[in-house]
Each structure stands twice: as structure tokens, then as C-alpha cells.
Design a binder for this molecule. Structure first.
Ligand SMILES: Nc1nc2c(ncn2[C@@H]2O[C@H](COP(=O)(O)OP(=O)(O)O)[C@@H](O)[C@H]2O)c(=O)[nH]1
Ligand SMILES: [Mg+2]
Length: 241
């Protein structure tokens, strides 16, 4: 509960048995968190029982992909009456101790985005080298430019999963979201801008995965594929007006 608002954390997970229990435990222990839901997206490992044992609600989503999983998780949490929806990764790269910062900023806007490109907060071993950092910043500047008027947004990351939004923000932007994969991340931002919602971005600590392997940004080929998809999404959203 944060200022009388219930806070539910949504965690998309695809084969994250190495880290899921630790992440669920970390977020359940955070004082403002009321509930944690893990979306089991056709996991072939022990993610589901480990998340359940750690105290999370676990739901199944059979449509594959990061976007599909997050959409299902947000719908589930909203359906349970969550006032504030928080999204975070299952790999331990984000910390529950950053959550209060997101929540405090949420008092002033409709959605708070984390950014992983503040170099001083990127820890050793994190998957955020120069290429990835500048790739994200460049894409974020493109998105800024696309929606410069009337909002003058300020963005330095388009792919940070760690974010917080109000339940009614989700209800507003959801109908415009269609992306199944990682492009869902910039798509959420575009949809908020298209509807004139106020969005604030703040730095969050970004660390190494605690185990398992990256699905979106491990190696040049995966990064290029993810980045191309995100670029196309941003342009499509802008050109469609
Ligand atoms: N449900 C679901 N989650 C996914 C899928 N791909 C990635 N994820 C989750 O989305 C988050 C981000 O993926 P990750 O592999 O860490 O990408 P990276 O942070 O770009 O390296 C993690 O919690 C993954 O478990 C997917 O196909 N389905
Ligand atoms: Mg990750």
C-alpha cells in the first residue's frame, strides 16, 4: 500500500528458474508491495512452482512473447483491483529498493519509466555496454522527437521493463497495444504520448542478470533484431497519427 493505493508487481517470465524465487522474495519484502504476479509464458523449467513457493500468484499465458505476458499480467492485476501496477523483470537485474522512487514520482504523473542508461547506476557486469546504452539513448531521442510537441518528453531509454503506472493509465493505453515481443516496451510509451498522458523517466540501478540467459539482448544479432523491431514500432505509431 502506497498512500492508500494498492501496489501489484507484474513479472513476465520465460524460463527463469535460476532467479525467479529471489526476485519474488525481494519484491514481496518491499514495504509498499501488496501482491506479486508472475506470468508463466510456456516455461519449460521450474519457474512456475518456484515462483508459487516464493509467494507469488502465478498465471499462465500461452501466447508467446514479452508483450503478451506483460499484457496478461497487467490485466490480471488490474482485475484484482490494483491501484498501481509495477512491471519488473524476472532476472534480478532490477532492485525492489528502487520501487519507492518510482512510486513517489507516480504521484505527479500517469506513468513512471525507469532508465538504465544513467552510467553511474549501471553496475559491473550489467548487460548495458556502450553500444546498448547509446542505442537506447538514440532510440529514446527519436521517440522524443516524434512526440516533441506538445509534451516535450525527456527520455533516455526505450526498453526498460521497470516502470509503474496507474490502473486507469493501463485501461487507457491498452487498446492501442498490439506488440507481442519486446517492442511492447516502447509501444506503451508511444500510446501514452498519443493520448497526451504525462510520463516521467527516472534513473534506476541496473545490474547483471543473477542467472539464466537473456532472450532479447544477448549478443549483437539479438540486440539488432530487438532494436530494429523497436524502431519500426515507433515509426509506425507516429505515422499512424
Ligand atoms: N513471458 C515472457 N517473458 C519473456 C519472454 N522473453 C523474455 N521474457 C522476460 O522478459 C524479461 C526480459 O527479458 P530478458 O531476457 O532479461 O531480456 P534483456 O533484459 O533485454 O536481456 C525477463 O523477465 C524474461 O523472463 C517471453 O517470450 N515471454
Ligand atoms: Mg533482463
Amino acid at each position: 500500500m502506497f498512500n492508500q493505493h494498492t501496489v501489484h508487481v507484474v513479472i513476465p517470465a520465460y524460463n527463469e528458474e535460476a532467479t525467479i524465487a529471489e526476485v519474488v522474495t525481494d519484491f514481496r519484502a518491499e514495504e509498499f508491495v501488496d501482491s506479486v504476479v508472475v506470468v508463466d509464458n510456456n516455461c519449460k523449467d521450474q519457474t512456475n512452482p518456484l515462483a508459487r513457493n516464493a509467494g507469488a500468484d502465478v498465471i499462465q499465458e500461452s501466447a508467446p512473447g514479452y508483450g503478451c505476458a506483460i499484457r496478461a499480467g497487467l490485466d490480471y492485476a488490474a482485475g484484482k483491483g490494483a491501484d498501481i501496477l509495477v512491471i519488473v523483470e524476472a532476472d534480478g537485474s532490477f532492485r525492489a529498493s528502487d520501487l519507492p522512487k518510482l512510486l513517489h514520482y507516480l504521484s505527479d504523473c500517469r506513468m513512471v519509466l525507469g532508465t538504465r542508461t544513467t552510467r553511474q547506476m549501471v553496475q559491473q557486469g550489467a548487460n548495458m555496454d556502450k553500444l546498448l546504452r547509446w542505442g537506447n539513448v538514440t532510440m529514446a531521442k527519436l521517440l522524443e522527437l516524434c512526440w516533441y510537441l506538445p509534451h516535450e518528453p525527456r527520455l533516455t531509454d526505450v526498453g526498460c521493463t521497470y516502470r509503474a503506472l496507474w490502473r486507469d493509465t493501463w485501461a487507457t493505453i491498452k487498446p492501442g497495444t498490439t506488440e507481442a515481443g519486446p517492442s511492447f516496451s516502447p509501444e506503451m510509451i508511444c500510446e501514452a504520448y498519443r493520448r497526451g498522458l504525462r510520463v516521467i523517466e527516472i534513473p534506476v540501478a541496473y545490474g547483471a542478470r543473477l542467472g539464466g540467459e537473456s532472450k532479447h539482448s544477448d549478443g549483437f544479432t539479438k540486440v539488432a533484431k530487438t532494436a530494429t523491431g523497436m524502431f519500426k514500432t515507433i515509426m509506425r505509431k507516429r505515422l499512424r497519427g
